[in-house]
Design a binder for this molecule. Structure first.
Ligand code: GDP
Ligand code: MG
Length: 177
């Protein structure tokens, strides 16, 4: 295609990880198609969506992978992580246990990927402020000690969803250029 001819395009593989039902699939569908689904889809098998963004006048294709529910069976495979240059580690701000799992997901990421992978800690469902169980401060302090970027999002009302993916993509871009 054109990209090979100009040599100016980039393809970044980004993985979205985190406990079941934190909103990974909805973050991706909100970003890629501006869609939100109130039900959890029990799709089996790895899926990804490609979203094109422009950074510094260069076209970047972000190939964003979704676990499609495998995390429920503890079966996110090494193929899922292979070649990833960015990762969104997602938890649900209304469920503390999903935040406590972040260290386990980080370990898994470190097992499968290079340390140069751009990592963003994402506290999703920030629309659920009234039942919040994870404070911004505690999330920030974990992000700081683990060297992660941090942002809160809502796939439901769209807060920061685009920004979250853009932070990851820009960081990957900075890492390689
Ligand atoms: P996944 O298992 O991590 O892929 O999570 P899903 O994207 O399937 O979402 C799990 C459930 O949380 C679904 O019922 C979604 O509608 C809901 N959900 C996802 N994102 C949000 C959000 O930002 N706010 C709220 N209130 N619910 C959300
Ligand atoms: Mg899912």
């Amino acid at each position: 295609g054109d990209e090979e001819e100009t040599g100016e395009d980039y393809l970044f593989k980004i993985v979205v990880i985190g406990d079941s039902a934190v909103g990974k699939s909805n973050l991706l569908s909100r970003f890629a198609r501006n869609e939100f689904d109130h039900n959890t889809k029990a799709t089996i098998g790895v899926e990804f969506q490609t979203v094109c963004v422009e950074i510094n006048g260069k076209e970047v294709k972000a190939q964003i992978w979704d676990t499609a529910g495998q995390e429920r069976f503890r079966a996110v495979t090494s193929a899922y992580y292979r070649g990833a240059v960015g990762a969104l580690l997602v938890y649900d701000i209304s469920r503390k246990t999903t935040f406590e799992s972040v260290s386990r997901w980080l370990d898994e990421l470190n097992t499968h990927c290079d340390t140069a992978v751009a990592r963003l800690l994402v506290g999703n469902k920030c629309d659920l402020e009234n039942i919040r169980e994870v404070s911004v401060d505690e999330a920030k302090s974990v992000a700081e000690s683990e060297g992660l970027f941090f942002i809160e999002t809502s796939a439901l009302d769209s807060t920061n969803v685009k920004t979250a993916f853009e932070i990851a993509i820009k960081e990957i871009y900075n890492n390689i250029s």
